[in-house]
Ligand binder design. Structure first.
Ligand code: SF4
Ligand code: SF4
Length: 387
């Protein structure tokens, strides 16, 4: 007989209720949700298992659980749940809980609990950017200055881009290490052979760039072409397009700012990749998700947390001001117009990067592929030890 003692954490139950809209207490463990879930397996019977763990407030088990990251919120479980307990939404709430659990600073928890905390955090970073800009470039450009003199790309690199990139790298690395500790190292039933970390690295890279498990959310027998034609891949493809656009722009701004800020040189790749592809991806991608959230017609967009709204809004505004900035350079606006558009753009972009990437919704981008990688490592290590 298993004598495991279950410690109920009532605070955790309260927190999970606060950060989502699942009625997990209504669950009577019929198992329909796991049976209809296209991604759940016999070894990983989510979301039923999570329904009971959430109801009992099993903090240790939930913190070490990777499965909420393996769910892509297709909503099949919620549609078929006889108790309307919203298991898909619970998996979403658990992702929010896990982000707070990996984050040792406590900021994520604050942001998820209170929309005002999120507004204040965004405002503080935006004002910090304004202050730094005022100290470095002043509040208006000197008379007769060129764009490069008014807003030196080197100074933007030294004082804005690189410190922010270093901050993001430090935060995300430490949070992911925390995730590794809680989900892999804490599991004494499995020992990962060192070489597996390298041989399984492909799953991390492929998942990061494609998030292809989204496409598996529909497990019907139809051909991929039919699914494509009937729009079943729309969500995944839009997400993919958005993510590639975002990564392209991030790399461009951090590593090729001179080129990006150039008034004269217009290389073909530059125009195609950044002026069109990335901007269209970001603007149309965010509009698509905003419409879905307003219409609430599909399961995964039925409930929107304040962090979901903040994320799409900031991303949309970043894209729009970015396009405006690029247009102002290409179409030779006055230096002072470009100067202010640039400032406004950074006052939106940096709060999005500093707050959303490590502490909120955008951190999914890092945690999902890492979770798939960790889950693969554990599964392979178990198979090896059983053979
Ligand atoms: S289908 Fe609903 S009631 Fe049944 S186990 Fe899943 S969440 Fe619980
Ligand atoms: S939302 Fe979809 S992927 Fe997630 S648990 Fe439910 S059925 Fe599975």
């Amino acid at each position: 007989m298993n004598n495991t003692v279950i410690k109920t954490d009532n605070e955790l139950v309260k927190y999970i209720k606060e950060v989502g809209e699942s009625n997990f207490k209504k669950c009577f463990q019929c198992g329909t949700c796991s049976a209809v879930c296209p991604l759940s397996t016999e070894d990983r019977p989510f979301p039923r298992k999570e329904m009971i763990m959430a109801g009992w407030g099993m903090k240790e088990q939930l913190t070490s659980d990777l499965d909420p990251w393996l769910c892509y919120y297709c909503g099949e479980c919620s549609k078929n749940c006889p108790r309307k307990a919203e298991p898909g939404e619970l998996m979403m709430s658990l992702r929010r809980f896990l982000i707070s659990a990996y984050d040792w600073t406590g900021i994520s928890k604050l942001l998820y609990k209170s929309k005002y905390a999120e507004y204040i955090a965004i405002l503080i970073v935006a004002l910090g950017v304004l202050l730094e800009w005022a100290v470095i470039f002043g509040l208006h450009p000197a008379a007769g200055a060129t764009l490069a003199q008014a807003v030196s790309p080197d100074k933007v690199d030294y004082f804005f881009d690189w410190p922010i990139s270093a901050f993001l790298a430090i935060m995300l690395t430490s949070f992911i290490y925390n995730m590794y500790r809680k989900t892999v190292l804490s599991d004494k039933s499995v020992k990962i052979p060192f070489t597996l970390y390298f041989t399984e690295a492909w799953s991390l890279i492929v998942n990061f760039f494609t998030q292809y498990r989204y496409a598996k959310c529909d497990d019907s027998e139809e051909s991929a072409l039919k699914k494509l034609a009937s729009g079943k891949y729309n969500f995944w493809l839009t997400h993919l397009f958005l993510m590639i656009s975002y990564v392209s722009l991030f790399v461009a701004i951090v590593f090729f700012l001179d080129w990006f800020q150039s008034e004269n040189s217009m290389p073909y790749l530059h125009i195609v990749l950044f002026d069109y592809f990335a901007s269209i991806g970001l603007i149309f991608g965010t509009i698509y998700f905003i419409i879905k959230r307003f219409s609430k017609k599909i399961e995964r967009s039925k409930f929107s947390h304040h962090t979901d709204w903040m994320f799409v809004t900031l991303l949309f505004l970043t894209a729009v001001t970015g396009v405006l900035l690029r247009a102002s350079i290409v179409y030779n606006y006055t230096v002072s117009a470009i100067f202010y558009i640039y400032l406004i753009h950074l006052m939106i972009l940096f709060p999005m990067l500093v707050i959303e990437v490590p502490f909120s919704k955008w951190s999914h981008l890092a945690y999902r592929p890492v979770a798939v990688y960790f889950a693969n490592l554990k599964e392979k290590a178990k198979n090896l030890s059983n053979n």
